[in-house]
Design a protein around this ligand. Sequence first.
Ligand code: SF4
Length: 967
Amino acid sequence: MQKTQGALPDPAAGSGVDDVADSELRLAPDGRWWPAVAALVRDLGRDPENPDARDLRRVVVIVPGMLYAPMLREALHDALGGDACIAPRVLTLDAWADVEPALVQKQRAELFQALRDSTWVRERFGSQAGALWALARDIAFLSDELTLAACGAAEAFEGRWRAAVQHNFSHRAAAAGDLQSQLVLALWRAGLSPELGAAHLRERLEQRARRAEGPLVWLAPQGAAPWQHAFCRAYSTSSRQPACLVVADPQALGDQRPWLLAAWPELTAPDAMAPPIAARARSLALTMQAPQSAVQRPQLQILRRDSLEEEAAAAAGWTVDRLRAGCRSIALVALDRLTARRVRALLDRVGILVADESGWKLSTTSAAAAVMRWIDLVISDFEHRDLLDWLRSPFTLACEDDKATIVESIGSALLEDGVHAGMPAVRTAVARRARAGAATATAAQRVIEQMVGLAHSWQASGSLGRFLGLLNSTFDQMGMRLALAADPVGRNVLTAVQQLHDQLIGSPLRLDLVEFRALLAEHFEELGSGSRDIDSPVVMTTLAGTRLRRFDAALLIGADADHLPGTRSSGGLLANSVRRELGLRTEADSVREQTLDLAGLLATAPAVAATWRCRRHDEPLPLSPLLDRLVLLTELAGLEPLVHGPIASWHRVPATVSLPRTPSAAGLLPQGISASACQDLIDCPYRFFGLRMLGLREIPHLRPKPDKRDFGLLLHAVLFEYHRTHRPDTQVAPVGMGAAARTDATPRFTPGAAHVQLRRVVDELFAPLLQQQPALIGYRQRLRTLLPGYVEWLRTSEQDGWRWQAGELMLRRPWALAGGGGLELQGRIDRIDVNAQGQRRILDYKARDVASLRKSQREPGEDVQLLFYGLLLDPPAQEAAYLSVQRPPDPRIPGRKVVNLVPAPAPFAEHVSALATRLGEDLARIAAGASLPANGAETICRRCELRSLCRRGFTAPKSKQRDDRAV
Ligand code: SF4
């Protein structure tokens, strides 16, 4: 039988215990719910022999979650007039049935194996491990639903299923879906073991029913499924004890709030055709205007905002206002989790901590990410981003005292060697750094060796148990267990892994690493982070989490059409129409459930607000259709509008534009000036200030692949090595030691031998590098193509009497400043050639095209690199040039036009002297405190790292311009 009870039962009249045997009791899910449930429990627990006794132990109350137990106890206390009692047994269904969670994972593993072995499944759903684990999860859920819906009559239920498929699909579609049905049916029938899933639950419930000694009250506020009714009937029949399902009654909810049912008539009549909203609004208006109407008005504010930041700020501001108004419990309903995270951050910033029970998935936490990153690291063969992410995680290497420097050392080693991935390359890079004597590199090398050793064990396929064992030893060896155990969420990660270990340790299922990763990811995805260490009046929760609870205020964060109602995937294995015919939950049920929760919240919380971001990027984003109906209804009924736009700011801050910067920093003049620093000073004084005086630098990043900088370095290295080993002019006096003279000891030049020697230098240089960076192979080929042209140029150069004298030469020269003080000019010269007359020529290798180099030398004093080198050399060089090395324009003539000399402006000595004067004056001015304006030319600014920092290109505010004119 069914009984509706919208009002508090009269304790004097009792709650009609005899009437509720195997019945459904309907209660208003508002403030009347708990008192009515308490009265029911009190009356059911009353001993007929001793009606005054306060012993309710016989009664079992099944609650949706243990969160509700204190509410029931408090209501019982009131229902008993404050007298003490022996409490009823209050449990969740799983706890009462004593179902072991261990079997869930076992069932999934078996399903995964079956699916992986099926060719049809791989063709239909793909063979990716993640997809197969998700499919195993969906089939397990669906099997549980089917087992419960079948109520023990599997044969009959199977027939109903086939009939439903035939009924809902055309003949062809039914035939197409038959294979899928066959598979799901086969897996369901195979999984009907009384040890697994819902079959296990059913068996336990039947045992409970047979052994029952007292009444049962089952709280199912969102409505009871047929199997729950069937169980309650069986319970009453076998035990002769009453069993009562208590469900929410939306009709009673609308007694004093007719606008709820006018907005959402489907709450009471899901399948009936409702009158048009205008008619419902007219009827509502009449009810509200009736004299002595006790109808409550909607206490809802919808805060419409344009952007995520505005929405989050509105939500945080509203929460602060409610706290100031004295609210002691505020629910923040995280419909849009992204915005909700931002709201929590804003509240944190003003010192309001939020108790989070919204069930963030464990997979979204940094603790779980550290575990997953380790597996990614092994799969990607130590890809540098995964490696650095893992190393930098706070959940790794907790046992290392100097973790920060170890990580920095590894990062630098990868950067220096340009290593992108590969365990051998990573090991070599770190070992090379250790051999070079870097202080922290030895510890870094030890860590990398340990990681590589462990990673090798991970790479082989194995049983589930083996992988779980490896995970535990990784936690121990890599200092993860210590760090995870010290963090509340980290402890949940350890527990989750331990659960998996306990459940699957004996599983025969063999997996490869990718499949194991997918299993772990799926496991973390299903678990909540469960961090509940914060006690706060502000609670972040879900819409379902507000059910049957009492809050002083509630805020729906992200009440747009994308998030309310939220969608819940039913796995796509069964069409909605078939699900409906089989009595399974459908999407419509999910929407109705959310509508009921929303109605319950509006009915119980004295103040409710919802934030609505009405735009996403450039697209309008509609309000939630549920709230939109309420807005339209209240508008048509002539009630106060619910939607509120942003309120104009109280404080108007005038817009100010900052001027381009012109600092002055005499005390920051550097101790040394290089050719590139000198170039910066000439290009733009502010650039010199930022890069050379403040020492600002962009953080170096590992480039995804070698680029022209690498090519330039390799070109320099090849030419230096060739000349150092094969073309040294041994009789030439060292640079800076006077004139040089060629002697007969100089090796004789032959183009054929030179080409062979150069080719050998290239190959020897690249051999180790290619192990580290295979992508360099293209540059090796490019360098090889340049060799004939270089040999040809060298032949001509030697015929002209020039010999290589020195390369990669670091030179320093003290420089006194007018007005006192001094600094050092510094530079590394690529190459110095000398001739028989003792004249010197400076050469700088360039892989740039000759036209742009010529252009740069057209205006003396603009590109000063060669002139600056001229300043360094003593005795001075007679000439200087860029040596441009480019691919041969015609591949059929590989020796032609590969090398071109672009000389510095002539006369060289005169321009060097002009630079000396200019540099001396500029540096002296800076030392005296001259300002350093940002005045680079557009061509310089385009590639300048300080762009926008210098504010070049911004206008001055009008007032400032006026002031400047007046001055
Ligand atoms: S962006 Fe231009 S003006 Fe600004 S610092 Fe760089 S070179 Fe100078």
